[in-house]
Design a protein around this ligand. Sequence first.
Ligand code: SF4
Length: 193
Amino acid sequence: MSELSKLLTQIRACRICEAILEPHPVLHVGPTARLCIASQAPGLRVHETGLSFNDASGDRLRDWMGVGRDAFYDESKVALAGMAFCFPGYDAQGHDKPPPKICAATWRTRLFAARPEFETTLLVGHYAQAWHLGRARKSTMTETVQAWRDYAPRFVPLPHPSWRNTGWLKANPWFAEEVLPYLRRRVRRLLRD
Ligand code: SF4
């Protein structure tokens, strides 16, 4: 069994957050994918179905990337690894809680070290941007996404595709005009070669 397979078995058996949620780690990471999608934490539907981005946010992300579900879920080409692997529960306002930091602290460095480096990682939302970019991140998510040329092609920072960001998309038309054409070209190349 490869190091990656052993690690994935350990992650899928992880119960660190058992006291605050029902653990059900969801991630899709194979040894050959050249593209990774790093997001935040699974929503309830993803947690229940065991399939990342199996929701309206996923539909919008696939549209941004210019791919259908078959390509998106082809684990030989695309890896999906959020900043936490289990649904973190709801806060008092009924919104998903942030990804528990213990998850990335326990697993993330080991997971990325257990396989070849991804050629491009999509950083979906500010939690993934903070972890992967560190001090290279700008002071806001908008500024970080706007500076995408500084990070590409290794990283492409994106807003979260949640319906909550529909207002952000309308207020920032440069995202659809500049970032999405590059994103689609890059994804097409990584999935085709
Ligand atoms: S969120 Fe991460 S650390 Fe917590 S139980 Fe799930 S896999 Fe383990």
